[in-house]
Design a protein around this ligand. Structure first.
Ligand SMILES: Nc1ncnc2c1ncn2[C@@H]1O[C@H](COP(=O)(O)OP(=O)(O)OP(=O)(O)O)[C@@H](O)[C@H]1O
Ligand SMILES: [Mg+2]
Length: 292
């Protein structure tokens, strides 16, 4: 089976200052695999997700590379066809469920709209499908949730709604951008387990964006570590955590001695390591410059 997502040599820059935002990024997600995208704030994690979904802001320009979705080169498609393929194939689980949900609408139409529009389901069928998905995400009181407005639900329930909505369209690929950062640790664990179960059951490929190595250890089969828009290390998560090769990866792990620790976020990486990383980026940019 072809990979569900294949990014090859993707580069992008900010048109404000011409600074590179992505530097020759390649990564592959197989069907049924959770691929973690890790890096500090500004490393380019969300930019990669947005590039795949074709929702980059006008201030970021892709300068090279290809994105293949289920074997199909998105850049080779017409705009209309690309939008259609993306709608059929990819779903996004965003970081903040409150901003992702329309506060003025009840949950039911927000989960069923896509099913009705793209899958041609009638109202009752779409509602049944939503309830089936709510069972899969272990939603308590599903009927009440459908009739509720977003502000009437807890953070964990809202994130379950978004996970259900993402899987409703039976996507081949789900892009989850820090889906549990806004939740407290206990709820975060539950939601991650639900996402993992759902993804396995449906054989869905997932790009899982996080800055948290503990979360990576819990849910990601493979992990790619980004620094300043460049891949510093990639591989099976167990190998990457047990035998990190890049000094930056080693420093991150050393700063989080227990990958399953319950603390949020990354402890600081020593200044010397950061300096070395910056040097590597500068050398890469110089090298690219000679090729342009
Ligand atoms: N709208 C924009 N226009 C131009 N450049 C941008 C824009 N948004 C972000 N950038 C640049 O792209 C880089 C990567 O940003 P991105 O949002 O992908 O980082 P991230 O890894 O998702 O960070 P975070 O963990 O904070 O979400 C930033 O360092 C910034 O310089
Ligand atoms: Mg981001």
């Amino acid at each position: 089976m072809s990979p569900v997502l294949e990014i090859a040599n993707l580069s992008a820059l900010s048109i404000r200052d011409g600074a590179p935002v992505l530097r020759d990024v390649s990564l592959t997600v197989q069907p049924g695999e959770v691929h973690g995208l890790v890096g500090e704030s500004g490393a380019g994690k969300s930019t990669i997700g947005k590039a795949v979904l074709d929702i980059l802001p006008g201030t970021i320009r892709v300068t090279g590379g290809t994105i293949r979705l289920a074997g199909e080169d998105l850049g080779a498609l017409s705009e209309t066809r690309r939008r259609q393929r993306l709608a059929e194939t990819v779903a996004l689980i965003p970081q903040d469920p409150l901003t992702a949900l329309n506060p003025a609408r009840r949950i039911e139409p927000q989960v069923t709209d896509g099913l009705r529009r793209h899958k041609g389901l009638g109202r009752a069928e779409a509602r049944d499908r939503a309830l089936a998905l709510f069972a899969e995400v272990q939603m308590r009181d599903p009927e009440r949730v459908l009739a509720s407005y977003p502000h009437e639900l807890s953070g964990g329930m809202r994130q379950r709604v978004l996970i259900a909505a993402a899987f409703a369209m039976e996507p081949r690929l789900v892009i989850a951008d820090e889906p549990t950062t806004a939740l407290d640790v206990t709820v975060q664990r539950q939601v991650l387990r639900i996402l993992r179960d759902l993804q396995r059951r449906h054989g869905t490929g997932v790009v899982f964006v996080t800055h948290d190595l503990g979360v990576v250890a819990q849910v990601c089969d493979r992990t790619t570590l980004l620094f300043a828009g460049k891949v510093f290390e990639t591989g099976p998560t167990a190998d990457l955590l047990a035998r990190p090769v890049h000094p930056y990866t080693r420093a991150l792990i050393a700063a989080n001695p227990r990958p399953d620790a319950e603390e949020e976020g990354l402890a600081p990486v020593p200044a010397g390591v950061i300096q070395q990383c910056r040097g590597e980026i500068a050398a890469f940019d110089r090298e690219q410059g000679t090729h342009v």
